[in-house]
Design a protein around this ligand. Structure first.
Ligand SMILES: [Fe+2]
Length: 180
């Protein structure tokens, strides 16, 4: 299959205008990641780990590389998210807040060709599983950069603003956390 990120963005924008945008977007993402090779070929090996490909009021589309042994802090999106992996494995650690704690719910490993959909209220922390980087396409059903979102303390679940400073403060080496 031929692939370009521009073509992918155009296709997702089209799917998001269908009568059932979530079903159409998820189905399209499944189709793309079922053939990972051309996407890998078009992914630069250097540059930013998280690259915004598109955003408008209805949709945000990102390409995300996560690294092994470092875990991005627990955060919310406040919109439905669809995550499709095309190389390596993306580890999604899902939490809920309660009783002054952040409680681990489950961990989902998203491998090449897999799509994981997360609801609006989901709180997750992310890393690459194993010893190699993960590469995924992330589609958020809203304007991610415009939304006021939160990061969550690993132990207490206390919410803080999604700022670069708080993000760096809450990022952890995997060795500092339980084996989620
Ligand atoms: Fe996320």
């Amino acid at each position: 299959m031929s692939f370009s990120f521009d073509e992918f963005v155009a296709a997702v924008r089209g799917a998001a205008k269908e009568p059932d945008p979530n079903l159409s977007v998820r189905t399209l993402l499944e189709k793309y990641v079922s053939d990972p090779s051309p996407i890998i070929t078009h992914t630069p090996e250097d540059g930013e780990d998280e690259v915004m490909l598109f955003e408008d009021d209805a949709l945000s589309i990102w390409r995300c590389r996560f690294r092994p042994h470092v875990i991005m802090p627990p955060h919310e999106h406040r919109v439905i998210a669809h995550i499709g992996t095309y190389s390596g494995e993306e580890k999604n650690i899902l939490f809920r807040r309660g009783d002054g704690q952040l409680k681990h719910k489950t961990t989902k490993i998203v491998g090449p060709g897999d799509v994981l959909s997360l609801n609006k209220d989901c709180i997750h922390a992310v890393s690459a599983n194993g010893d190699i980087c993960s590469l995924s396409l992330h589609i958020y059903m809203g304007p991610l950069m415009k939304l006021k979102r939160g990061l969550f303390d690993w132990e207490t679940g206390v919410k803080s603003d999604f700022s670069l400073e708080n993000f760096d403060r809450l990022k952890r080496p995997a060795s500092a956390l339980p084996a989620y």
